[in-house]
Design a protein around this ligand. Structure first.
Ligand SMILES: [Mn+2]
Length: 333
């Protein structure tokens, strides 16, 4: 990994955005609520022609969130030749996947905003702030710098989506005073919290419940019950009729067990590789803390201390062995 730190100022970043004629927004593959919310907020708020290019899959929920705001969901190169590319909610080559060559050819036009601790030198001008609970918090900072604030239809809703989903609806340890202050500002500006909760959390499918049942059924507790490991095979997806994007959130369930300090979900991707979601609890008295971002990096992925992800180019049993080996070094002592 490259040295990953802030290389510009908000003033300079805002100036580059202000003077660009056309803008393309890109984010990590398989966009989550924060990635999508960041892209939508920029497209809805900025006065220029702003295109959004995503590498999917994009969940039905996030499609609903996008509503009338257009976006492209494709592994092909973006169309056109924008003056400026804004890379948001990631800065890692592995996360932008099929867009890598296209981005490399436009390096001097890329600016970045990210709240992850690990990344690459993709955007020469970037702001990295791991204290931000969500990337949408950084987008709001940019909009404030540009003097736009929350003006624009659906901007507040898009920003709220990133904040709410990346904090687990204000339950995770990153839901700090700044996160609540931003939520307060958004709700004061008219964001309908109840409507957002319904839209994001209560419009799921029976298939997702089926996946949850199978994930919980597969759960094993390792290292004196401190680590929960669950898995979902290709058959689990085909037999429940659930889509891969519907695993979101399932990994958090075992954290409700008192002794569990970290939870892991391995699931089979369509190409046979294994995706691993990693979560851990914040520090507590007399309890071990597990930095899952360090584990994820060992497995070729990355993320935050309490929430990370990795993709291993092997089937579940081999990926699981790698995970448990890495875990033994921190939890098995
Ligand atoms: Mn994020």
């Amino acid at each position: 990994m490259d040295t990953y730190e802030t290389t510009t100022t908000w003033e300079a970043l805002a100036q580059r955005v202000r003077t660009a004629g056309s803008i393309l927004v890109v984010t990590h593959r398989k966009p989550d609520g924060d990635a999508m919310g960041s892209c939508l907020a920029l497209a809805r708020a900025l006065p220029q022609n702003v295109d959004i290019h995503l590498v999917g899959p994009v969940s039905p929920t996030l499609r609903t969130l996008a509503g009338e705001t257009p976006f492209v969901d494709s592994e092909s190169d973006p169309a056109g030749d924008p003056d400026l590319v804004i890379l948001v909610d990631t800065g890692a080559w592995v996360q932008v996947g099929p867009l890598s060559d296209w981005l490399k050819a436009r390096r001097d036009r890329i600016v970045g905003m990210d709240h992850h601790p690990v990344g690459n030198d993709i955007a020469p001008d970037r702001i990295i702030d791991t204290s931000c609970a969500s990337a949408t918090m950084m987008v709001l900072r940019l909009l404030d710098e540009l003097g736009m604030g929350l003006d624009g239809d659906g901007v507040g809703e898009a920003l709220f989506t990133g904040l709410a989903t990346d904090t687990g609806w204000f339950r995770h340890s990153n839901a700090d005073a700044a996160a609540f202050a931003m939520a307060s500002r958004l709700i004061t500006a008219g964001v309908d919290r109840d409507r957002m909760y319904r839209l994001l959390e209560e419009e799921g499918t029976p298939g997702k419940m089926g996946l949850l049942a199978r994930a919980l059924g597969s759960m094993e507790l390792l290292f004196d019950g401190t680590c929960a490991v669950m898995q979902l095979t290709s058959d689990d997806f085909s037999e429940t009729g659930a889509h891969r994007v519907e695993v979101e959130g399932l990994v958090n369930q075992p954290l409700s067990i008192k002794a569990v300090r970290a939870s892991f979900l391995l699931y089979a991707e369509e190409d046979g590789a294994t995706k691993i979601s990693l979560r851990s609890k914040p520090p507590a008295e007399d309890a071990m803390t597990i930095d899952v971002s360090a584990l994820a990096v060992q497995l070729g992925g990355g993320g935050h201390v309490r929430a990370s992800g990795a993709r291993v180019n092997e089937a579940i049993p081999a990926a699981r062995e790698k995970l448990v080996d890495a875990l033994a070094a921190v939890a098995g002592a």
